[in-house]
Design a protein around this ligand. Structure first.
Ligand code: ZN
Ligand code: ZN
Length: 249
């Protein structure tokens, strides 16, 4: 399968990533992608950009080095109702919204943006976030520290027309989510996605330009379980955009 787009990446504006928008776009182009989304962290993550950053996207040309550029955000889910860390008023200019939980941030600093609850609480948090018009994608719902009811998650995503992410960074052994169970959680989730016809998106979550489009490990999982290609939106830009509120209006 051809992966045409990467919808989750961070520039130096996120505070713990290291490249510019131009460098990320160029890397995406060189990797052969057709579209890239820049999705800086929401304000709960220390060192990320101020809310005003997300209100000025009209100054950015959405074509760069011949690829389509989307400007978005990775919002933090902050409570068990699915509350987010930035209100819709600041998000009118975004092209794509991801909602994720981040149980801790930083090298051992343990700065929680979300305190993991039990399965019921975590599932409710995700389902609540899906109801927001600012959320198009649930980011890395594979976190072994945040157990969820995958059947309910997958059904909820389908009902709310929200994409579930397969996050390449979660399979990096250096990543906190990569230290145990993320791949198993993805497989659990994918089995329900196949059963209920829920669409998924493969994203790098790149924090440096070199990580853009590195989908090999996810592609291997998809192949391994013979996951239906038509449920993976990366192969079709129009299908991808049909899940983004910005392009549905
Ligand atoms: Zn980050
Ligand atoms: Zn994240």
């Amino acid at each position: 399968m051809d992966f045409l787009l990467d919808s989750h990446s961070h520039t130096f504006m996120s505070g713990h990533a290291y490249n510019t928008v131009q460098e990320m776009a160029l890397a995406a182009k060189e990797f052969g992608l057709k579209a890239l989304a820049i999705t800086e962290h929401g304000p709960t993550i220390p060192g990320t950009c101020a809310p005003i950053y997300f209100t000025n996207f009209n100054v950015i040309d959405r074509r760069m080095y011949g690829i389509e550029l989307l400007m978005g955000i990775e919002l933090n889910i902050v409570d068990y109702q699915g509350g987010l860390d930035l209100s819709s008023g600041s998000l009118r200019k975004i092209d794509v919204g991801i909602a994720s939980v981040h149980p801790n941030v930083g090298n051992g600093e343990n700065y929680p943006a979300y305190i993991p609850g039990d399965v019921k609480e975590n599932t409710r948090a995700y389902l609540g976030a899906m109801e927001s018009p600012d959320v198009d994608i649930i980011g890395h719902p594979d976190d072994p520290r945040v157990p969820v009811d995958y059947e309910a998650l997958v059904k909820g995503a389908r009902e709310n027309h929200v994409l579930l992410e397969l996050n390449a960074s979660s399979l990096d052994p250096m990543n906190v989510r990569g230290k145990g169970g993320a791949a198993e959680n993805m497989k659990k989730m994918l089995a329900f996605c196949e059963r209920y016809g829920t669409h998924v998106i493969v994203n790098s979550d790149a924090h440096c330009a070199c990580a853009i489009g590195r989908f090999d490990k996810i592609a291997a999982i998809l192949q391994d379980i013979h996951f239906p290609e038509e449920l993976v939106v990366n192969r079709d830009l129009t299908l991808y955009k049909s899940f983004l509120h910005r392009f549905r209006k």
